[in-house]
Design a protein around this ligand. Structure first.
Ligand SMILES: [Zn+2]
Length: 589
């Protein structure tokens, strides 16, 4: 083969890469613009250029590699073959490994699951059929082959759909049964109560009825038992794609993610683009078209864009504590998601996230004892929980000290210990090294040592809160999502937990609650108006004739989020630590 034909084959490969990469760049940029509420202007055009270059590079490497391989075999592939290959490659990037890389391999037991293997087999078959069709190029077999490929893909989608439905365990019988066994014991009052508290909200990330029920059965959660027996409780419907910072912002605002501004754990900043990209396209569960999030994250080391942790400067609509603060209530917020850099309030904010300032008032933690280090990323679940408990305890003691110092009317405390313990250990504890058929098996979880330790810690914490809760105060427990112990963990939006007790709250199961209803319910409870632009409504939890049995006050809107104090920049060490942490728990990849 002469040099000229080699060159023209390579040029063909490069041309196809440029054409397909460019088209993908424009398509994805238009999608991003729509998702983020932009019109297609200069910002989107620049993103189209960046993504076009990225995917031209990615596809180009594949096509030039294939060209060299085919040339070495003596072939002389033309553009049509390259188009076929490019299409196959895009399909693979978009659909294949639907769970495997993002969920299964990063989960605790890193084996390939039956569903993951099925995905790959079906997608490869579909790709092959389309590839053969394109290479043959005569219309009749092509149509048949494409139809067969589509049938395979649709079949695969149907298999997934059946198994992606989140589990809603029937609580009508189960909870009364588990709490009826023994008499509930409310902890005796502590010497120093939370004096002015009207509402205490405990945000327990990842807390699930799937774990609470067996542990309540075993009598291991006396304080949950006591609380549930005098509370309204139920499943909390969450977002179909339950990403913690996104869901917590829904909980804090009652607003959907398209409006509240938090789109993921991290957002992207592109050089020359005036706005942060908060939301990226994704299909059901963790899969993004053309593996977009992963490609952007990997390339960000060299490319003119970077990831920034989602933070309070991204928040667009007023959060519960900001509304309360505006209404003249004092607030104390501890480690609540998306709170740093902090905004001033009447009270205190101990912010969550790597971006300073993290404390309001400044110097808030100066005379608090330093926090011990937590569990190391990469440790096994039980070890991680054991190593993290001293830090968790110290964190709670800090919260308590601040609550006693400031005596706020609204107190909010967050921890993600339960979520981390579930992520890190349930497969290990339930399956050991046996093959686990994600999406097919649907086992009851056997909470292992790590989950038991984490949940018992929450129970102890709850006991201390109950002992300090004034009679006139309400207590809410909320989780952003539960766990679906089928292998998806919580990507398919299994319901969280809500529990609410206080004066005028009717006890027993409340059905149909969603994360959108939390802020409206708490506002009503605090005697504040509910905004018309919130998606949720106050739950029907008022006992007839009680103090909550009154009409809901309305206001049109609470407007934008408070402006955080001029932010510093997160230190590289803090960002790196956060990244490692999220990765170790399988939150990001
Ligand atoms: Zn979560």
């Amino acid at each position: 083969m002469d040099r000229r034909s080699t060159r023209s084959v390579l040029a063909g490969a490069a041309g196809v890469a440029l054409a397909s990469g460019g088209a993908i760049g424009v398509g994805l940029a238009a999608w991003i613009a729509r998702l983020n509420g932009w019109s297609f202007g200069g910002d989107a055009a620049l993103i189209a250029v960046y993504l076009g270059a990225l995917y031209t590079g990615v596809i180009g490497c594949g096509l030039v590699g294939s060209a060299l391989f085919l040339l070495a075999l003596g072939g002389r592939p033309g553009p049509r073959v390259f188009f076929g290959l490019a299409l196959a490659f895009c399909l693979l990037l978009t659909g294949a490994l639907r769970y495997v890389p993002s969920v299964q391999l990063l989960s605790v037991v890193p084996h390939m699951t039956a569903i993951g293997a099925l995905d790959i087999a079906v997608l490869l078959a579909a790709v092959l059929l389309i590839g053969i069709g394109v290479a043959r190029a005569s219309p009749r077999p092509l149509a048949g082959l494409v139809a067969s490929a589509l049938a395979l893909l649709i079949g695969l989608e149907m298999v997934h759909r059946a198994h992606e439905r989140p589990l809603y365990r029937d609580l009508t019988r189960v909870v009364p049964e588990v709490i009826a066994g023994t008499a509930p014991v409310w902890p005796p009052p502590a010497a120093e109560p939370f004096e002015n508290a009207k509402l205490v909200v405990l945000g327990f990330d990842g807390l699930s009825w799937e774990v609470l029920i067996p542990l309540l059965h075993r009598g291991e959660l006396p304080n949950f038992h006591a609380l549930i027996s005098r509370a309204a409780y139920g499943h909390l419907e969450t977002l179909p794609f339950a990403i913690s910072p996104v869901v917590w912002e829904v909980i804090s605002t009652g607003q959907p993610e398209a409006r509240h501004g938090i789109g993921y754990h991290s957002h992207f900043e592109f050089r020359g683009v005036s706005r942060r990209v908060r939301r990226l396209p994704h299909f059901r569960l963790t899969n993004s078209p053309m593996a977009l999030r992963r490609a952007l994250a990997r390339a960000s080391v060299l490319a003119p864009w970077k990831q920034v942790p989602a933070n309070s400067t991204d928040a667009r609509v007023a959060r519960l504590w900001e509304v309360a603060d505006h209404a003249g209530l004092s607030v104390g917020i501890y480690d609540w998601m998306n709170t740093s850099p902090v905004a001033p309030v009447l009270g205190f904010v101990h912010g969550y996230g790597p971006i300073p300032p993290r404390m309001f008032p400044p110097g808030l933690d100066d005379d608090l004892p330093a926090l011990p280090s937590g569990g190391a990323p990469g440790a096994d679940g039980e070890r991680w929980v054991t190593d993290s408990l001293p830090r968790e305890r110290a964190n709670y003691r800090r919260f308590r000290a601040l609550a006693q110092r400031f005596r706020p009317e609204l107190l909010m405390f967050y921890t993600h210990l339960a979520d981390a313990a579930n992520h890190l250990s349930w497969k290990d504890a339930t399956f050991g090294n046996r093959i686990f058929f994600a999406g097919i098996e649907h086992p009851d979880v056997e909470p292992g040592a790590a989950i038991v330790a984490a949940t018992r810690f929450l129970d102890d914490l709850l006991g201390d809160i109950l002992a300090r809760l004034p009679d006139r105060a309400a207590l809410a427990i909320v989780s952003d999502h539960g766990f679906d112990f089928r292998g998806y963990e919580h990507d398919n939006g299994p319901p969280g937990v809500f529990i609410l007790a206080g004066p005028g709250v009717r006890t027993g199961l409340t059905e149909g609650a969603s994360v959108f209803d939390m802020a409206p319910t708490w506002l009503h409870l605090l005697g504040l108006a509910v905004a018309d632009d919130m998606r949720g409504t106050p739950l029907a939890i008022a006992s007839p004739g009680g103090p909550l049995d009154r009409p809901v006050e309305r206001v049109a809107s609470y407007g934008p989020a408070a402006t955080p104090l001029a932010g510093g920049v997160a230190s590289e060490a803090d960002l790196e630590e956060r990244e490692q942490y999220l990765r170790a728990l399988g939150y990001v990849n």
